[in-house]
Design a protein around this ligand. Structure first.
Ligand SMILES: [Zn+2]
Length: 340
């Protein structure tokens, strides 16, 4: 199969804060986020005499001003029926409580994403900080880097000053009615614990969140509070499931361009992970630390933020190999990984 042969049906480029029509009654709202990846795509869906919003943006004064302009201008002060949140990452959930308060609307998300948002907004206790530091040092990071990473704790709440206070639960396999149309809910793990995608089977439209993107391989990470997890297995299973949707489906992703070619894209992402796994089987013929694995996969010039992401992602690949019996881990203070 030729991979990455995607079609991009929308020729125009969206502007920040200006809703752009992508299908009948469906508008892309591009909002700024403070990462190297500078934007997120939110969705405004016509819903009877009002609107349903999918994802909310990273909280900032600029985002508040853009939302105010959209709600009073484009939405013409019409009622907001629902605020749907795909997952707990700050660029998706950050403005949810602000929007719920401002529009007197209700937040809809999966239970695990609601609870994870509450957890992520908490300040870490000293014991949690110590456990998180141990996760980095066991992976072979230098003490100076571990100390600096400890200092960076708390970045999440910049983008999510207030977690959702109340919500309605989205459940895998059920449908959400928007504008008298059924959107089938698909819940996946791997990128986040219970990420919701919305599939309109009738119109062959998938609001995919971060679960599948056209040009980026979504981060799949092991977290410090669940170090034996195998999120890559979950993520690969989600790709396998998504590959079975109608191959004419138009994908509305949270970053980058609207595309068609879901079977090709899920296949390319799957192959990309298997290529990394094969490289690690080869690289760890002789025992390696986690840091050596990170440098092999991503180079040795990562900034601190990317180093923390790379730790989670490298550990996800190593845990996958341990789970299938191809890798062994030894050591207490610093882990050593060796191919069986
Ligand atoms: Zn995400």
């Amino acid at each position: 199969m030729s991979i990455n042969k995607l079609q991009y049906p929308i020729a125009t480029k969206p502007e920040f804060g200006v809703p752009m029509k992508v299908a009948e009654g469906i508008f892309l709202l591009k909002m700024p986020i403070p990462y190297a990846l500078d934007h997120i795509n939110l969705w405004l869906l016509r819903d009877g005499d009002g609107w349903t919003i999918v994802d909310s943006g990273f909280y900032s004064e600029q985002a508040v001003a853009l939302w105010e302009a959209v709600l009073t201008g484009f939405c013409n002060n019409q009622p907001i029926k629902k605020i749907v949140i795909t997952h707990f990452h700050p660029d998706h959930v950050g403005m949810a409580q602000w929007l719920a308060h401002r529009t007197k609307s209700t937040i809809h998300m999966s239970q695990i994403e609601f609870l994870t948002t509450q957890m992520a907004c908490q300040t870490y206790s000293s014991e949690q900080k110590a456990t998180r530091c141990q996760y980095f040092s066991r992976f072979g990071l230098a003490q100076t880097e571990v100390d600096q990473l400890q200092d960076r704790i708390g970045g999440y709440v910049t983008g999510v000053p207030e977690a959702p206070i109340a919500y309605q639960r989205l459940v895998d396999g059920q449908s959400l009615t928007i504008n008298d149309e059924a959107w089938h809910l698909l819940q996946f793990s791997g990128h986040s614990p219970g990420h919701i995608c919305l599939n309109n089977r009738q119109r062959k439209l998938l609001i995919s969140g971060d679960q599948v993107l056209a040009n980026i391989s979504p981060n799949v990470s092991v977290n410090f509070y669940e170090t034996e997890a195998n999120p890559l297995a979950d993520y690969l299973a989600s790709l396998s499931s998504l590959s079975t949707l109608n191959n004419e489906t138009t994908v509305l992703p949270s970053h980058g361009r609207v595309f068609k070619g879901l079977p090709e894209r899920t296949e390319a992402l799957t192959q990309g992970h298997h290529k990394s796994l094969n490289q690690l089987r080869e690289f760890c013929q002789q025992a390696k630390t986690g840091l050596e694995v990170i440098e092999h996969m991503y180079g040795n010039r990562l900034n601190l933020f990317n180093l923390s992401l790379a730790t989670g992602e490298a550990m996800a690949h190593l845990n996958y190999l341990i789970a299938v019996g191809d890798m062994s881990r030894s050591g207490e203070t610093v882990y050593q990984y060796k191919t069986n």
